[in-house]
Design a protein around this ligand. Structure first.
Ligand SMILES: *[C@@H]1O[C@H](CO)[C@@H](O)[C@H](O)[C@H]1NC(C)=O
Ligand SMILES: *[C@@H]1O[C@H](CO)[C@@H](O)[C@H](O)[C@H]1NC(C)=O
Length: 311
């Protein structure tokens, strides 16, 4: 028994000494970062070398929110079935979409090798050329106000940068000391701190991301007007009417008109009506807490006193 185990030990020792230096299965890629346009083919390169194993197992996985199998036991799985091909261990995905973007892993397992697992990672970016940006340009603004013009293209990958044009001439994104605006090329916001009549013009914006052709929105007219005399007069008249109503209401109240219609009047006069409502609510609240409550005699003189206090 003891002699048998001893001979096994010696045989193993001899074998280990005679073994060549260990060369593990090696896996590599020609291109660890693949960038392709939508709808085109993506080549995910994977090269391997093994010690002895002539027929290693090839597997491809994709890391998204969780890991999914792309290629297993000689077949493409799930979303990749029927639209991918493999040569050696290199995979070609056909007609890629945004959903295919992510991190892929090529795994080679050579069961006969001493170190029998190797892998390489490949990142796939699916580029999307700019779409026509959505531009928000007010048609009319008042002199001196703060105005923001917006330009967005959310779909492009990598994210777009923006250039604003006024009357077909590009606006400089740098802040000049005498410029009335500032531009953020990454957010696409053109902002006027105090817009002037000179800023009137046709504005448009261009989105570009280095993929495909830049895209531009239709120029739109932004008019800058001084405060309109007609609208000013209209505003003043409205104020005047409100003031007259308020005072009328107050005089009606003062002369005891509302005390005769207590609890029934739904018309709330401006300004002084507030005092009327709140005093009424106060009485109601007291009614609830005190069953035997009898309302105090409300003589016009009492009201005059509270009113003058409120004024
Ligand atoms: C590949 O990525 C995985 C994580 O997703 C990491 O554990 C592994 O070390 C990477 N392999 C190589 C060869 O970079
Ligand atoms: C701003 O000032 C520069 C000179 O300092 C001048 O050339 C330019 O025309 C001015 N721009 C505007 C919009 O006034």
């Amino acid at each position: 028994m003891g002699r048998a185990s001893l001979s096994v030990f010696w045989t193993l020792s001899v074998l280990l000494i005679q073994c060549p230096p260990v060369v593990p299965v090696t896996v590599s890629t020609n291109n660890p970062k693949v960038e392709v346009h939508e709808d085109s083919d993506a080549i995910l390169s994977c090269k391997f070398q093994t010690e002895i194993d002539q027929n290693p197992r090839i597997e491809w996985k994709k890391k998204g929110t969780d890991v999914s199998i792309v290629y297993y036991e000689g077949e493409f799985i799930g979303a990749f079935a029927g639209r991918a091909s493999i040569v050696g261990a290199t995979v070609t995905l056909h007609r890629v979409t945004q959903k295919d973007a992510g991190e892929y892993r090529c795994e080679i397992s050579a069961t006969q090798d001493s170190i029998n697992l190797g892998e390489t990672n490949i990142t796939l970016n699916v580029l999307v050329p700019p779409h026509t940006p959505a531009c928000v340009i007010p048609s009319s603004v008042l002199t001196g106000s703060v105005v923001q013009l917006l330009c967005v293209d959310q779909q492009s990958i990598p994210p777009a940068t923006y250039i604003w044009y006024k009357d077909d001439k590009p606006l400089t994104p740098y802040r000049l000391p005498n410029a009335t605006y500032q531009i953020n090329p990454t957010t696409g916001i053109l902002e006027f701190n105090t817009v002037t009549r000179g800023d009137t013009g046709h504005y448009s914006c261009q989105a570009s991301n280095g993929v495909g052709m830049p895209k531009m929105c239709e120029p739109q007219l932004m008019k800058i007007d001084d405060l309109n005399i007609v609208s000013m007069v209209a505003m003043m008249v409205t104020c005047l009417i409100i003031a007259i109503c308020g005072c009328g209401g107050y005089y009606a109240y003062r002369n005891g008109y509302f005390s005769r219609h207590r609890g029934r009047s739904f018309w709330i006069p401006q300004c002084h009506g507030v005092a009327h409502i709140s005093s009424q609510n106060l009485h109601r609240a007291e009614d609830k807490t005190n069953v035997n409550y009898s309302p105090p005699s409300q003589e016009p003189a009492d009201f005059r006193q509270t009113q003058s206090f409120m004024l």
